[in-house]
Design a binder for this molecule. Structure first.
Ligand SMILES: *[C@@H]1O[C@H](CO)[C@@H](O)[C@H](O)[C@H]1NC(C)=O
Length: 460
């Protein structure tokens, strides 16, 4: 999230496995809203057997300082969903959500509008401390993260989870936090599998920092399968009303060709030189679709930093005031529909080599910290009720079995068939398979989730 108008300047300085239904399983109860789930396979996202491109916007009215969950307030989300429909977007990213609140109304209304949601699993209270990451990687933090997964995994239109947001920035010391963010990614993916949930993709959202972007990207996709992300996303403010070459996006395609997992832009929308959103045409063109899966424009709500395209009214039920960029962004989306066909994707995923330590990258080990014992127990017991946005916070909540002790053996996050909590069925993700293998899976998995939640409390 960008906190000031100066940030762009500073920044430049600076497939689902085979589910096995059995005779005892039942059809899910009918739900009001339903969209096909999105999966990650090869280096792309899929909506059923169709390639899925993020054509979205970042959404956090009030910014991070407000610490308010727009998806827990029906008046707020209904007001803005009407605008999202005018824009013609298919995805929003929400940075701060309350994992103790109910999201049925807003998530269903978004699904009715055909809109998917990417959820950040951290918030200012429950997060990794970039300059003192060790103690902040603790079970109190992971409990909040897992509770966020519990809350949102049940909605078919939850597209992905971010395991961290700009934890690593332009301060070289922050690169040491990458081990902890990667451990959180591992733990989230293991939790999703252990709980028998649908394989919602998990990945990191990187800051717009040129000097460590490639190393960070490689780091998140190196090592054993349990430690690798499902996708990588980064923020990019380099377009500035230029073009594919002058922005350097051609190099960013070249650099990420063969990267091996899905990539998209988690924030774009440079303000310099005016703003015609030429980024959309580039992202939807065959120059990029073989490597990138779209992006999120920053941002919807107008804040002091000037990026927003909708001014939020002081009385929340009133209409928003559309800013200059609103129509321009809507026009750019309309003029550049998602391409048909497969966009030239790569069907196989692959890992890459881990980066080596240098002046811009201070991580000197490929080993990740071990999951704290108290968090490991949540794999079989569940996380329990989330702390929401009013808890005590987690950064200093280490100690005892809340703390990580030592390094994990690579592969420690692998969830085996036999390691499943009793009563759960395998709905775990696999990396193999193209769109064909993905096609049927969402419906099968929806059935499995229904079985896991027979009490009905988890259903829409
Ligand atoms: C492409 O990768 C090279 C080598 O890692 C790096 O020096 C360069 O800055 C990258 N360019 C962009 C635009 O990311």
């Amino acid at each position: 999230m960008r906190s000031s108008v100066l940030v762009p300047v500073l920044a430049t300085l600076l497939g689902l496995g085979s589910a096995k239904p059995t005779a005892t399983e039942q059809e899910p109860p009918s739900k009001r809203a339903s969209v096909p789930t999105v999966t990650a396979s090869g280096n792309a996202f899929w909506q059923g057997d169709k390639r899925f491109y993020v054509r979205g916007i970042d959404y956090q009215p009030g910014g991070s300082s407000a610490m308010a969950d727009p998806l827990a307030d029906t008046t707020v989300c209904q007001r803005d969903i009407a605008q999202f429909k005018k824009l013609g977007i298919n995805t929003i990213r929400v940075y701060i959500t309350d994992n103790s609140a109910n999201h049925d109304e807003c998530m269903n209304a978004l699904a009715d509008a055909g809109i998917y949601v990417i959820i950040d699993a951290n918030n200012p209270l429950y997060s990794i401390n970039r300059l003192d990451p060790g103690p902040s990687y603790n079970a109190v933090y992971l409990q909040s993260v897992f509770a966020t997964i519990d809350e949102f995994v049940k909605y078919d239109n939850t597209m992905a989870f971010f395991s961290g947001n700009e934890v690593i920035n332009d301060d070289v010391k922050s690169t040491k936090a990458a081990r902890y963010v990667k451990a959180v990614t591992r733990d989230m993916r293991a939790y999703i599998k252990s709980r028998g949930y649908r394989a919602v993709p998990v990945g990191y959202s990187a800051a717009d920092v040129a000097q460590n972007r490639m190393q960070l990207a490689h780091y998140m996709n190196c090592g054993t399968d349990d430690e690798r992300s499902d996708f990588f996303a980064f923020n990019d403010y380099s377009w500035c009303n230029s073009n594919f070459q002058d922005s350097g996006w051609d190099q960013k395609v070249k650099n990420f060709t063969g990267y091996g997992i899905a990539i998209f832009l988690s924030e774009y929308g440079c303000l310099t030189n005016g703003r015609d959103f030429g980024e959309v045409a580039a992202l939807m063109s065959d120059k990029m679709t073989g490597v990138y899966s779209g992006g999120l424009m920053y941002e919807y709500a107008l804040e002091e930093n000037g990026y927003g395209i909708a001014k939020i009214p002081s009385t929340k039920a009133s209409a928003v005031q559309e800013q200059d960029g609103f129509d321009k962004f809507a026009s750019a989306l309309k003029a550049n529909p998602a391409p048909t066909g497969d966009g030239g994707f790569t069907s196989t995923t692959r890992s890459v080599a881990c980066p080596t330590k240098d002046g811009n990258w201070l991580v000197d080990s490929t080993l990740l910290p071990a999951i704290p014992a108290a968090a490991q127990k949540m794999m079989s017991n569940g996380a329990g009720k989330g702390p929401g946005l009013k808890g005590d916070g987690s950064q200093n909540a280490g100690g005892g079995d809340s703390e990580s002790t030592g390094d994990a053996t690579p592969g420690s996050g692998t969830v085996s068939e036999t390691g499943k909590p009793s009563g759960s069925k395998n709905a775990a993700a696999g990396r193999a398979g193209g769109p064909g293998s993905v096609e049927k899976a969402p419906f099968v998995v929806a059935g499995l989730v229904a079985v896991l939640t027979l009490t009905g409390t988890l259903l829409l």
